[in-house]
Design a protein around this ligand. Structure first.
Ligand SMILES: [Zn+2]
Length: 516
């Protein structure tokens, strides 16, 4: 954070404690320079300024973060003491006096019609801003009124975000290329004549599948309308046949896999074409990328370039082979040294104990996301119990529908997958979890703190109720706390939660949650 130049290192305030909130962003000029640099270094460019800013903040080396030329807009106050600020307007003035960068476009209005007019005045102008934006926030100015309106569990009642409609642009389809995902599905994408859209240069846009291309009659050489909504990748919305000159070509899906040359098939009732080769290197590469990803086994240092080398040298054939890699094999790889080999082996070793929930997600079973992984792990306690489960056993669990259940049963019925599980087990991967009887998943992933005197529950009952709904109770409020339940006469935990901006609910609201 110190490397961000728009954050002052000292502020002129007598307050012994002040917490200032805002948003780190990457100006478009910095973003374009960074992506140019990455292309020169043959690295994958960032998709948009937001990803680039987040990626830059995660850098452990502050020198790299400094090179990224990030900026910061301050707009809110967290916990503080000794400061008397009565409104958003006063706050922005004070932040500006403290030499923080405050967005110069803010305005105060007394009439909602004027607010709406102001928002629409940005419809055509927002492209001229030096940063990418997807909307505006309207806030109640007076802090006293904000306090009276208070917060709901997830959001405050005194602020609302307005999102701009997705931006569109016209460009030409230079070609259509096909790539493979980890399920072996061939996904067509349009290679576009580069066009500026919503603060980024777009060169590719997804075409989803064969039917989409046919329905929209999108041809190679066509002029098309593309759009970008929020954070999603750009897509082709429609073609403009009136702009054709006769040179356009109708696209046909390849009949063989572009990665391995095996035949491709389209299953009954599906829009997707798939590679039929279970050992297709492109598919295995994607499976490994998913397996090692942060929310799965979280193995850092096994990027695509390394995986492709390992596949090409026949060192790995499936995700379990990662656990058989040796230092000798790794140091021989291009771009790998002693140190990176050691780090990778350490990360691989650590991943063995991430537990069943993540393993289930990492396996890439169709429809089993991170949340389903957690629910299944807690309901069954071990992969062996899960492998024996019938569709009925599975659908008896809240949140597991027939589609997920069928997919799990089919996955574990496959002898190849059974062998993979045995292989992972032989390598020492822990495939157990603490078994819990889940009533439902109301509190899935929540870290809950109870404070004050509860009238309707004993402390123990409340804790068990949270845990039986997928949540975890802890005793102190930290930044990781996601929810605080407040009883009568709450003490310092309540104050801390307010300072941190942690969502707070009353005991009666808590009771309502339990009855959902
Ligand atoms: Zn293939």
């Amino acid at each position: 954070m110190r490397t961000i130049r728009t954050i002052p290192l000292h502020i002129a305030s007598d307050s012994p404690h002040i917490e200032i909130r805002g948003e780190v962003y990457m100006p478009i000029t910095s973003f374009e320079a960074l992506n140019q640099q990455r292309r020169d270094d043959e690295l994958e460019p960032f998709a948009n300024p937001r990803n680039a800013a987040a990626g830059s903040l995660r850098q452990l080396d502050p020198r790299i973060t400094a090179q990224r030329k990030l900026a910061f807009f301050a707009y809110a106050l967290g916990g503080n003491s000794g400061i008397d600020i009565k409104s958003q307007e006063e706050l922005l003035q004070d932040l500006s006096d403290f030499h923080f960068q405050v967005n110069p476009e803010y305005r105060k209005f007394t009439d909602i019609e004027d607010v709406i007019t102001f928002i629409h005045s940005w419809d055509d102008r927002r492209d001229s801003l030096p940063y990418a934006t997807d909307g505006m926030v309207v806030k109640v100015n007076s802090f006293a009124q904000q306090a009276r309106l208070s917060n709901t569990v997830k959001i405050p009642r005194w602020a609302i975000a307005y999102k701009f409609p997705p931006e569109q642009a016209q460009t030409k389809v230079l070609g259509i290329s096909v790539s493979l995902g980890r399920t072996g599905v061939l996904t067509p994408a349009a290679d576009l004549k580069p066009v500026h859209l919503a603060g980024t240069t777009v060169k590719r846009a997804t075409l989803h599948n064969e039917d989409y291309i046919k329905e929209k009659d999108i041809r190679i050489g066509d002029t098309v309308v593309i759009q970008k909504a929020g954070e999603i990748i750009p897509e082709v919305v429609r073609s403009l046949p009136e702009k054709r000159d006769g040179s356009e070509k109708v696209f046909a899906m390849p009949t063989t896999c572009p990665a391995c040359g095996s035949p491709v098939v389209r299953r009954e009732g599906e829009a997707a074409w798939r590679c039929t080769n279970p050992d297709c290197p492109a598919v295995i590469g994607e499976k490994i990328a998913h397996f090692v990803s942060r929310d799965a086994m979280n193995i850092d240092g096994l990027g695509d370039a390394i995986v492709q080398q390992l596949l090409a040298q026949d060192l790995i054939h499936d995700v379990a082979d990662i656990y058989a890699l040796t230092k000798e094999e790794l140091v021989d790889l291009e771009g790998f040294g002693e140190k990176s080999a050691d780090n990778l082996l350490k990360a691989i070793e650590t991943s063995k104990s991430v537990g069943l929930a993540r393993v289930l997600f990492a396996l890439g079973i169709r429809f089993v996301g991170a949340k389903a992984g957690r629910v299944l792990a807690e309901s069954f306690g071990s992969v062996d119990a899960l492998m024996k489960a019938s569709t009925e056993d599975l659908t008896a669990i809240d949140d597991i529908g027939p589609r997920i259940a069928d997919s799990i049963v089919a996955y574990f019925r496959d002898a190849k997958n059974q062998a993979l599980i045995e292989k992972l087990r032989a390598h020492g991967v822990d495939m157990t979890a603490e078994k819990k009887t889940l009533i439902n998943t109301t509190f899935d992933g929540e870290i809950v703190v109870l404070t004050g005197k509860l009238q309707m529950f004993s402390r123990k009952e409340a804790e068990q109720a949270v845990e039986a709904r997928g949540g975890k109770c802890t005793s102190s409020v930290t930044k990781k706390t996601t929810l605080v339940v407040v009883g009568a006469d709450p003490g310092s935990k309540y104050e801390k939660a307010k300072k941190l901006g942690t969502p707070i609910i009353s005991e009666s609201e808590f009771k309502e949650w339990l009855e959902r």
